[in-house]
Design a protein around this ligand. Structure first.
Ligand SMILES: Cc1cc2nc3c(=O)[nH]c(=O)nc-3n(C[C@H](O)[C@H](O)[C@H](O)COP(=O)(O)OP(=O)(O)OC[C@H]3O[C@@H](n4cnc5c(N)ncnc54)[C@H](O)[C@@H]3O)c2cc1C
Length: 551
């Protein structure tokens, strides 16, 4: 954290030098001494300090300055730094001004020039003020700060990206705090654009795209090599398991991830059915361990890059990224998992990020403290989301289309035991209402056809899981929903798929194109579980190894 600042402001260079010398000698170790020769320049400096979230301990200001006198300066400066101590440096003739400013700007002291010797006439006074400041000051947060509005998709995306990458940040709500609005206006020349992300080094990003944000926070967004033995698309359990084995056996391996490491598993508040973790493991923890394990074995992980197409060129497999970049490899693994599909009903698009969130209970839960929120879905992910939300919300109503939740028994039991969680069975969502933010949801009972409208602070959606296989849509065999066929599922009547060019049948987890493998939730027959995906990723690597041997 940057040292707190002591400002000395005086237009007379000899006085400014002398004050700076004395301040530096006594306070230089603990405080940054900033000498400035005009009030106007000091106000400009203060704005930059606010953007860097730095703090001021004390202003020591000359009263007599041509453009702006000391009291006028303090009147403006204390709006930004109300906790800072205020000392006016005065000549005898300015005593009146100093006395009247005691009330006007809450002056803490006025010092008569000259102040020598400082040991007697300067330090004891300032020491006391600084001690008092230290006791009462709330030191500012010295990490990344995100200023935005709660009900905005771009703000949500930035928060979600940082949360899912486990990068701490402070959320500043422009609608709740006028100082935040001022801070953003100053930083963006009054043309307020949200979110505005402030970094501790004083720089900022305005409405950043995720790649710029990833670059800024130090994530790798470009491949280091043009060619890899194995390239993996997707850093969920399947992709990371394959990566750990590939790295550990010395293969040049890269993982490409468009959103956040850990995939769906990374967004789980607690995975309780993964072997070896009897009291469960959070998605964050699971992801952190897997990523550091893969990196330890030399695997490259490229963040905020979407792979848009996989194609074949001779014995190479090419992966094209959304930004035009391309890498080549000998074997590619599609481990792109599944995602919740967007609600196709009135209000669905407009209110996404403004009260409607897809699987993002983790990122948004704490902003819905003491509010009544809704969860759509009856499977494990929805149940976990509901239980996590109930730690913050006053009530969580879970909308379940069928007559029973389909979640595992331990999760159904936990929901039934949680007084804040209510289950609405046989309930279908029909409409989402609200102008700029979600206000109400309309639901229909599928048995009685009764329509009901409820006030809703937020709706967390965990339904309609769809495989993310578009990048190989024109290349490999998929079922009508988009799940990729692999291995023995490709064999019909003892025959390999049409166009299969080799004498051998496809390996386990190999797709209808040799050298392109798929594992986890994106594959046909998946059971949507962390352990299954991790296991499939591990076996897919073993098969890719066999494939590489035959090249
Ligand atoms: C909230 C929640 C809780 C869950 N809890 C449990 C649980 O407790 N126990 C359990 O067994 N299972 C649980 N599951 C299910 C489990 O997480 C999944 O089955 C598992 O994560 C699937 O792993 P995967 O690697 O196949 O895919 P995913 O985890 O879906 O990962 C795929 C990754 O690929 C990335 N990707 C997709 N397309 C591209 C592209 N074109 N370019 C680059 N990257 C791309 C995605 O962003 C994603 O990060 C839960 C799921 C959710 C959503």
């Amino acid at each position: 954290m940057a040292k707190p600042v002591i400002f000395s402001i005086d237009d007379d260079p000899s006085v400014l030098n002398a004050v700076e010398h004395d301040l530096r000698a006594h306070y230089g170790q603990e405080y940054r001494i900033i000498p400035i020769n005009s009030g106007k320049a000091a106000l400009g400096y203060l704005k930059k300090m606010q953007q860097r979230n730095e703090t001021v301990a004390l202003f020591l200001v000359d009263q007599r300055m041509p453009e702006m006198n000391g009291v006028e300066f303090l009147q403006r400066a204390i709006q930004a730094y109300p906790q800072a101590k205020r000392v006016l440096l005065t000549a005898y003739a300015d005593t009146e001004a100093a006395i009247s400013s005691i009330n006007e700007v809450g002056l803490d002291y006025y010092l008569m020039k000259p102040w020598h010797p400082p040991e007697e006439r300067l330090y004891p006074i300032l020491d006391e003020l600084i001690e008092d400041w230290k006791i009462h000051v709330h030191l500012p947060y010295d990490g990344i700060r995100v200023a935005g509005t709660l009900w905005s998709l771009p703000s949500h995306q930035v928060k979600d990206f940082l949360t899912r990458h486990q990068i701490p940040y402070q959320w500043l709500d422009i609608e709740k705090d006028s100082n935040v609005r001022q801070l953003v206006e100053d930083a963006t020349s009054e043309n307020v654009k949200l979110p505005t992300v402030f970094f501790p080094d004083g720089t900022l990003l305005v409405q950043p795209n995720l790649k710029d944000l990833a670059d800024k926070v130090g994530l790798q967004t470009r491949a280091e090599l043009p060619f890899y033995d194995i390239a993996i698309v997707g850093s969920g359990p399947a992709g990371l398991a394959a990566a750990v084995y590939a790295g550990s056996e010395g293969y040049k391996c890269v993982v490409i991830e468009k959103a956040a490491p850990g995939g769906q598993a990374g967004s789980s508040p607690k995975i309780e059915n993964y072997l070896g973790f009897p009291s469960g493991i959070s998605g964050d923890d699971f992801t952190r361990r897997a990523i550091s394990q893969a990196k330890r074995f030399g695997v490259e992980i490229i963040s905020a890059q979407e792979a848009v197409k996989v194609c074949v060129k001779d014995k190479y497999r090419l992966i094209q990224f959304a930004d035009g970049m391309e890498i080549s490899c000998h074997a590619a693994l599609v481990a792109t998992g599944a995602s919740f599909h967007k609600l196709r009903m009135p209000g669905g698009d407009k209110l996404t990020g403004a009260g409607i969130y897809y699987g993002a209970a983790h990122t948004e839960a704490m902003y819905y403290k003491d509010r009544h929120v809704y969860v759509a879905g009856g499977a494990n992910s929805a149940a976990q989301g509901a239980l996590y939300l109930s730690r913050f919300a006053s009530k969580v109503t879970v909308l379940i289309r069928g007559p029973q939740p389909t979640a595992s028994k331990y999760l159904v039991d936990a929901m039934e035991e949680d007084e804040k969680v209510e289950l609405l069975l046989n309930t279908d969502l029909v409409e989402l209402k609200g102008e700029t933010t979600l206000d109400q949801i309309v639901v229909k009972n599928t048995v009685s056809n009764e329509i009901q409208t409820f006030d809703a602070a937020a709706l967390f959606v965990f339904i309609g899981v769809r495989p993310q296989s578009q990048l190989v849509a024109d290349l490999v065999k998929r079922d009508e929903k988009g799940y990729i066929y692999t291995g023995t599922d490709l064999i019909v009547d003892n025959k390999p798929p049409q166009g299969w060019p080799l004498d051998r049948p496809p390996f386990l987890f190999e797709t209808s194109v040799p050298g392109i493998f798929a594992a986890g939730d994106v594959t046909f027959g998946t059971n949507h579980r962390v352990a299954s995906a991790a296991g499939a990723g591990a076996i897919a690597f073993a098969m890719m190894k066999e494939y590489l041997k035959l090249l």
